[in-house]
Design a protein around this ligand. Sequence first.
Ligand code: HEC
Ligand code: HEC
Length: 299
Amino acid sequence: MSFTPLSKWRLFHIAKAGCVVAALGVTLAGNSFADDHPSVKRTIAEQFIHDMQEGKIAEAGAEDHVVQELIIKRSIPITYKYINILMNTPNAFGPGVACTVCHNSQDASKSYRGLDLSTCKGMIEGTTEKPKHTVFTPGVDPKRDHLIRRLRNNRMPLGLGFENSTYTPSHMLVKNWIAEGAKNDDHFTKNVLPLFSTANAFGPNTPACTACHMSNQEPPSFHELNLSTHAGIMLGADSVAKGVDKSTKVIVPGKPELSFVWQHLAEDRMPPGISPAEARDHPNTTILSAWIKQGAKCD
Ligand code: HEC
Ligand code: HEC
């Protein structure tokens, strides 16, 4: 990970704040009734100090360290009021205009995908333009649902901008191959497989997929994904890290829209134009996820 001057500055202050609280913790510890009686419910600040002393607080380093330690781990409730501010604020998830500039009504003639991110009801109802669907389910981890994946998943090949068509002949060949069962036949070998190892196959000035996904070893292959053989594609991602049985499947035969390969070819990360170098785990994305997991309450 690379540190911008800003995050270095922030980490320094987080580390400094940590020492102060830890020092406080030492003086408080002797007097803390809860520390001697583990069954007694600690306040959130006492719990924080306790975890710090026990060494249970992760090393500073992740971009969203503060969010993880002070909000997610402590189950601080996220209010819709904050989510509404995020939707209306530029640069809330990385450089770009606010979400509600483009998604502010269920009228698809005024708002992309008829997705209204300006109200809680609109967020929960999702898109009104075909294909209509919700963009998350309250109470369910949204990592793979439309809203969060649009904030996290870069379009592939990495660096390809939103202005490039997602309906090129190459895109259609991959989509139809998945729709027809993702078979390892002559058509696949001759017409589909070579697309993954050809530069500019899915858009101008882009490397071949296999420049970055060529084997099960990371590095050099991102997500241990091998797009150079049928077996590699069907095995999926992270087969070494998670084990062959638990690898992340990137193809669901017969269902392109559920296949990560298709999602990564067809879906732009939001806000459109954001650089793939921007953190996928932006602190506000983590908070939006937490709000959804907590039940996406509107009040
Ligand atoms: C400049 C206009 C613009 C902005 C700003 C924008 N979007 Fe989008 N969004 C689009 C367009 C265009 C599409 C449809 C095309 C596509 O799929 O890439 C889209 C699609 C989506 C979808 C997919 C809906 C579906 O079909 O499931 C989601 C979710 C989404 N945007 C969320 C967001 C969020 C969250 C933000 C704020 C971080 C945001 N968008 C900012 C233009 C924008
Ligand atoms: C320049 C390097 C690069 C190229 C070229 C590239 N990728 Fe990726 N790919 C990545 C990185 C980095 C990630 C991880 C996270 C992200 O940004 O989404 C990734 C993630 C993925 C994932 C998600 C894996 C998972 O665990 O869910 C899929 C699927 C994928 N790429 C497919 C493709 C396809 C198909 C192509 C060619 C059209 C391609 N990639 C080209 C770098 C690349």
